[in-house]
Write a new protein. Structure first.
Lengths: 305, 97
């Protein structure tokens, strides 16, 4: 009997089980650019081709999306979508390293596109200058292999989770506040989803936002890069992704703690008998109602964040 | 190790709860009590805000709170009897990005 040595979640990748290897011929510049990847036995030329063929969607070009986007672009992830309806503000620049002072007032997704494509012209960045909503989420997510949630509010986080579970898309989830970060990788059908961890959002006002409580800029950098690392591992099919584990990072303690989390059979989205089978009104679910200026990405507009 | 130390249970908190408590963990002399009793004791020994992060007005654990015992999820955790040296962890989600 032939034994499959690939982790089961790699079947969901374009270059996973059953999929043809990406047929990309490297240029001389690419061989030099990616030489430190290619020399790694765990990556090699085939792995770099997988990265170049991969499509990653980043929700939010903010504190998490910025470091993740920079490193995914540098790694040669061929297509990066970035959803953000916000504009670059001065208070963003302490941590949102995709944007420069010269970009103040500019749409974040466009600033992000220019920065990432300048860093690596192999990368095609697709900007979505709009909020992710129940009306557009499934359509946008459908075009990508992996989703990375760098949003800044609970309604979007539950929306991204539910949409990824329904679409069967791997999701690299992370959240940050002050000096702390939480990170997990959600592979629908394989491990727990965000609702298995947190069935409901905190009641409005209980958990402060970054705007209210602050965020150490480098904490966002560390956690965003961990998200990017998870995405790269999923694409390459290497290592042990944070499926069924929640990684807790504390910058002040310089500590990482890894706790086990379980899939819940009664989860309304990924459980045995799902009761949520289409996207809902997430602001109502989270008991928040946004104004017309609310954004996904860098600002903390919902008040629950 | 003294008897007093062996009867201790540690409650470790993360996220906004850590900010509300002003510390990352508390040791309580309540080994043998249930997890719920330990959390009630935690709320009573802290300022009024802390209990509101753990229990709703009806005294039920918020569904937004993740409860772990010794870094593991436990079914029906509130009714679980604590053992000396146990670590109860309380996690709130972080929405910031």
């Amino acid at each position: 009997m032939r034994v499959c040595t690939r982790p089961p979640w790699t079947r969901q990748m374009p270059s996973g089980n059953g999929a043809a290897k990406p047929q990309i011929q490297f240029t001389e510049d690419q061989i030099e650019r990616y030489s430190r990847h290619i020399i790694l036995p765990e990556v090699g030329g085939d792995g770099q081709r997988k990265l170049l063929a991969a499509k990653v969607l980043i929700i939010g070009a903010g504190g998490l999306g910025s470091p993740a986007g920079l490193y995914l672009a540098a790694a040669g992830v061929g297509t990066i979508g970035i959803v953000d309806s916000d504009a670059v503000g001065l208070s963003n620049l302490q941590r949102q390293v995709l944007h420069a002072t010269s970009c103040l007032g500019r749409a974040k997704c466009l600033s992000a596109k220019d920065t990432m494509e300048d860093l690596n012209p192999d990368v095609h960045v697709i900007p979505y200058h709009e909020r992710l909503t129940s009306a557009n989420a499934l359509e946008i997510i459908a075009g990508y292999d992996v989703v990375l949630d760098g949003s800044d509010n609970f309604p979007t986080r539950y929306l991204v989770n539910d949409a990824c579970v329904m679409a069967g898309k791997p999701l690299c989830h992370a959240g940050i506040l002050r000096f702390e970060g939480q990170l997990t990788t959600i592979v629908p059908g394989t491990g727990p989803c965000y609702r298995c961890l947190y069935p409901e959002p905190p009641p409005p006002g209980l958990v402060p936002s970054c705007q209210q409580a602050g965020i150490l800029g480098v904490t966002a950098g560390v956690v965003g890069l961990l998200q990017a690392t998870e995405a790269v591992k999923l694409i390459l099919g290497i290592g042990e992704p944070l499926i069924g584990r929640l990684l807790l990072y504390n910058a002040l303690e310089a500590s990482f703690r890894d706790v086990r989390v379980q899939r819940k059979s009664d989860c309304p989205v990924c459980g045995e008998s799902p009761t949520i089978v289409e996207l809902i009104d997430y602001e109502e679910f989270c008991q928040v109602r946004s104004s017309s200026t609310d954004q996904v990405g860098g600002s903390c507009d919902y008040g629950s964040n | 190790m003294t008897t007093a130390q062996t009867e201790m249970v540690t409650v470790r908190v993360f996220g906004a709860l850590r900010q509300a408590m002003g510390q990352s963990e508390v040791r309580l002399p309540c080994a043998g009590a249930t997890v719920k009793d330990a959390l009630v004791q935690l709320g009573q020994g802290s300022n009024g805000d802390v209990a509101s992060y753990i229990f709703d007005k009806q005294g039920n654990l918020w569904r937004s709170l993740m409860l772990l015992v010794n870094d593991e999820p436990v079914s029906d955790a509130l009714c679980q009897r604590t053992n000396p040296g146990d670590v109860i962890s309380l996690l709130l989600p972080l929405a910031g990005g």
